[in-house]
Design a protein around this ligand. Structure first.
Ligand code: MG
Length: 175
């Protein structure tokens, strides 16, 4: 088993759509960032990469690269998940805490939980989504996310012999 931890923060800004955990939320401000500013998916991406010691989100997707401007953060997550699979692991569960003054996450937590589970290819009851307000922190203009992931060794029964053969082929061709 492996554990991974990720943290991220983004500043609220006018005229930007708000997206958290791959879910668009109605709010008068969104999170500024080079990509879509999805603070939860960024922390989750770092947690996955960290769990298999594969570096961090900035190494894979440098903010200096114009290619990632306005990018859907689900792309980052997909690449991190690929690293996890290549290392021979599967996601056992995820837990997260969001810290933000507004909007209230409670009414949307179920939707965020379902979307994150869908992106990871796991069940909703394997994804924890919690939220707090930044009491006494002075960070009302930001959204912060903390994420931990637990990985377990992938069992061979989950992939068919044909899939394994093509995976070996891809590996040996170096792509
Ligand atoms: Mg970020």
């Amino acid at each position: 088993m492996r554990v991974g931890y990720g943290w991220d923060s983004h500043e609220f800004r006018d005229g930007v759509p708000l997206k958290i955990g791959g879910v668009a939320l109605a709010h008068h401000q969104g999170l500024a960032g080079h990509s879509d500013g999805d603070v939860l998916l960024h922390a989750l991406t770092d947690a996955l990469l960290g769990a298999v010691a594969a570096g961090d989100i900035g190494a894979f997707f440098p903010p200096s690269d114009p290619k990632w401007k306005g990018a859907d953060s689900a792309i980052f997550l997909e690449v991190a998940l690929k690293q996890v699979r290549q290392a021979g692991y599967a996601v056992a569960n995820v837990d997260s805490t969001l810290i933000l003054a507004a909007p209230k996450i409670g009414p949307h937590a179920g939707k965020i939980q379902a979307r994150v589970a869908e992106l990871l290819g796991i069940k909703a009851d394997q994804v924890g989504v919690k939220a707090k307000t930044p009491e006494g922190m002075g960070t009302d203009n930001a959204a912060i996310a903390h994420v931990v992931v637990l990985l377990e060794k992938r069992t061979e029964t989950k992939s068919s012999p044909a899939k394994r053969a093509s995976a070996t082929q891809r590996k040996s061709s170096g792509s």
